[in-house]
Design a binder for this molecule. Structure first.
Ligand code: SF4
Length: 467
C-alpha cells in the first residue's frame, strides 16, 4: 500500500490598510497564492510570507509602513535563525508611489508590487527566492489583470465586495489615486456577472460593487457595447438569491439619468449612497479640480431622493484645502445642513507628495484646520445621531450577517448600512427579516423581530444561482 502525504502549507499573513478595494485586493492576493501552497494565517508570527497592503490616502501612511517594516525585519531574522525564510512583500498604493524609497530604506523587503500586478505574485515569489535584491513590479500593464487572476476562492460570507472598476482620470488636486492606480479601467460585464454568480452560490446575499470611480463604470457588455453602471446593476439584480446591491465610491460628475432610474426601479439597490462632495464652496471645488459646483451636487441629491425617497447620503469632506477662507468653509456647513447626511468621513487637508495641492500657496494653518474640522464633525455627528434616532419605531428588513459581539446576539445590517443587533435567533444568519427598531446607540441600532410575525417574516434566501 502506498501512502501520500500533503506538503505542509505555508503560512501567509496579509496586513491590509485603507479602503474596501484594498480588502478585496488582499483576498485576491490570497487566492493567487493558494495554488502554490500558501494558506492564510491570523498573525505574522512565524509566517512564511507577509504582505503589507498599503494605502496612501491617510496621513503618515509611509511612516506607518516603515515602522511595521522595522518590526518585520526582526521577525524575518528570527525565522531565518530557526532555519526558515519569510518572504516580505509591500503592495498597494504606497508601493506604487514610493517603490524606490522602500527598497532603499528597507533592503530586507523582497517584493514591491503595485495594484495592477497582483496576478504576477507567484512568479515574483519564485524570482525573489533567486534574486539578490528586491523584485519590483509597479507598471500599469495594458493587459487586464482580472483576466489573469483566478476565480475568487474564499467563501465570501453573507456580504461580499466585487471590484468592477479601477483607477481614475479626474486628478483632484489633493488625491494620489490617479498616480497610484492609473487610468480608469472597467471590467467587462461578463466577468462581473460570473463573479457575482459565484459569490451568490457561495452564500453572498449582498454585493457591494467597488471602484475608485465606480459610477464611471463603462465595461464592455455581451452586446459589444459599453454598459454604464445603471445597466450593470439591472443585470446583477436578476441573479436569483442576490437580495441587496450597493456601490462605492461615486463621483457626482458621473451620476447619469440611467443610474438615477436604477435607484427608482431596483428594490435590490439599497437606499444608501456614499457620494463625496468635499466642499460646499464653488471656488474651493474648482481649486480641487472637482468638475462640479455645490449646486450641481444639491441638484443630483434632490433627483436621487425624488427617485428613491428613503435614500440617505454619506459623503467625504476636506476642511482647510489650501486657500480655503472662513467664509468658504461656512459654505460647506451650509451644504451639510441643506442635505442632511446619515454618515460622513471628514478630514483636515493634509498634503500628499506629488499632488498639485501639496505645493499650492496659502496653506491653511494647522490650528485653523483643526477648528474647522471640529465644527464640521460636530455637525455631522449630530446629523448621524438624528438619522439613527429617526429609525426607532420603524420596521424594515435587516440582512443578518453573523453573531453579534455579545453572547446570544445576532448582528445584521439595515438598508442604510447601520449595524443592528437583536437577541437570540442565530438561525437568521444569511436571511433577511423584518425588524422593529427599539433603540439607537452611538454606532448601532437594536431591535426585535417584527411583533407577532417572527416566523413568516423570516425570508429564507432563494436558491442560489449555479456558478
Ligand atoms: S475622483 Fe476620487 S479617486 Fe479620482 S482623483 Fe478625485 S478624489 Fe481621487
Amino acid at each position: 500500500m502506498t501512502t501520500t502525504s500533503t506538503p505542509p502549507r505555508k503560512r501567509l499573513f496579509i496586513r491590509t490598510w485603507g479602503c474596501q478595494m484594498n480588502v478585496y485586493d488582499s483576498g485576491r492576493m490570497a487566492d493567487v497564492l493558494a495554488p502554490i501552497g500558501y494558506a492564510p494565517a491570523e498573525t505574522p508570527d512565524g509566517a512564511d510570507m507577509v504582505i503589507l497592503n498599503t494605502c496612501h490616502i491617510r496621513e503618515k501612511a509611509t511612516e506607518k509602513l516603515f515602522s511595521e517594516l522595522g518590526r518585520l525585519r526582526e521577525a524575518k531574522a528570527t525565522k531565518r535563525a530557526a532555519g526558515g525564510e519569510m518572504v516580505l512583500a509591500v503592495a498597494g498604493c504606497v508601493a506604487q508611489a514610493e517603490g524606490a524609497e522602500i527598497t532603499a530604506r528597507a533592503p530586507w523587503v523582497d517584493i514591491v508590487l503595485g495594484p495592477q500586478t497582483y496576478h504576477k505574485l507567484p512568479e515574483m515569489v519564485a524570482r525573489a527566492s533567486r534574486a539578490a535584491g528586491a523584485v519590483i513590479e509597479c507598471d500599469f500593464p495594458a493587459e487586464d489583470k482580472f483576466d489573469h487572476l483566478p476565480d475568487a476562492a474564499a467563501p465570501p460570507g453573507v456580504t461580499a465586495f466585487l471590484t468592477v472598476q479601477e483607477g481614475c482620470d479626474k486628478f483632484c488636486s489633493f488625491c494620489v489615486v490617479p498616480y497610484t492606480r492609473g487610468a480608469e479601467f472597467s471590467r467587462p460585464v461578463a466577468g462581473v456577472l460570473a463573479e457575482a454568480r459565484r459569490l451568490v452560490s457561495a452564500g453572498a446575499r449582498e454585493i457591494s460593487l467597488l471602484g475608485q470611480n465606480v459610477n464611471a463604470y463603462h465595461g464592455e457588455g455581451p452586446d459589444g457595447r459599453s454598459w454604464g453602471l445603471g445597466r450593470l446593476l439591472r443585470a446583477l439584480a436578476e441573479i436569483p438569491g442576490l437580495r441587496r446591491l450597493r456601490y462605492t465610491t461615486s463621483h457626482p460628475r458621473d451620476v447619469d439619468d440611467d443610474l438615477i432610474a436604477a435607484h427608482r426601479e431596483l428594490p435590490q439597490l439599497m437606499p444608501f449612497l456614499h457620494l463625496p462632495v468635499q466642499s460646499g464652496s464653488d471656488r474651493v471645488l474648482a481649486a480641487m479640480n472637482r468638475g462640479h459646483t455645490a449646486d450641481d451636487f444639491l441638484r443630483i441629491a434632490d433627483r436621487l431622493r425624488e427617485a428613491r425617497p428613503d435614500l440617505a447620503f454619506s459623503s467625504d469632506f476636506i476642511a482647510g484645502h489650501p486657500g480655503e477662507t472662513t467664509a468658504e468653509f461656512e459654505q460647506t456647513m451650509v451644504l451639510v445642513r441643506r442635505v442632511g447626511f446619515a454618515q460622513a468621513y471628514s478630514f483636515k487637508y493634509s498634503a500628499r507628495p506629488g499632488t498639485p495641492a501639496a505645493g499650492a500657496p496659502h496653506q491653511v494653518p494647522e490650528a485653523e484646520k483643526d477648528a474647522r474640522l471640529q465644527a464640521l464633525q460636530a455637525l455631522l455627528r449630530d446629523q448621524q445621531d438624528a438619522f439613527n434616532r429617526s429609525r426607532v419605531g420603524m420596521t424594515f428588513p435587516v440582512l443578518f450577517t453573523g453573531p453579534g459581539r455579545h453572547a446570544g446576539q445576532v448582528a445584521g445590517r439595515t438598508p442604510w448600512l447601520q449595524p443592528l443587533h437583536l437577541s437570540g435567533q442565530l438561525g437568521l444568519v444569511g436571511t433577511e427579516a423584518s425588524v422593529t427598531v427599539l433603540a439607537a446607540h452611538p454606532n448601532s441600532l437594536s431591535g426585535l423581530l417584527a411583533a407577532g410575525r417572527d416566523a413568516d417574516n423570516v425570508q429564507p434566501a432563494e436558491e442560489p444561482a449555479p456558478a
